[in-house]
Design a protein around this ligand. Structure first.
Ligand SMILES: [Zn+2]
Length: 80
């Protein structure tokens, strides 16, 4: 039987469905009897869903080019 500490460590694997059959079985049993871990796993799931739906924070190639052009222009305009 899993304890709460073990469930907390494995919560993201469970949410990602990255568990073997028996691990998942014991996880489900524990979540059935333990409201605290159910709440914790739900929180992990909500957080994971939110993070996956966020727009990408990476700059596009055109944004990078625009910034590099601005840097080069400011270097050329510098007085010696
Ligand atoms: Zn628990």
């Amino acid at each position: 039987m899993l304890n709460c500490k073990h469930v907390a460590h494995k919560a993201s694997d469970y949410v990602d469905e990255n568990m073997s059959g028996w691990q998942k079985f014991w996880m489900v049993i524990h979540l059935f009897i333990c409201a605290n871990c159910r709440r914790f796993v739900n929180h992990v799931r909500v957080t994971r869903d939110f993070m996956s739906k966020r727009p990408s924070q990476q700059a596009s190639n055109s944004e990078v080019s625009e910034v590099m052009r601005a840097i080069n222009e400011s270097d050329q305009n510098k007085q010696p």
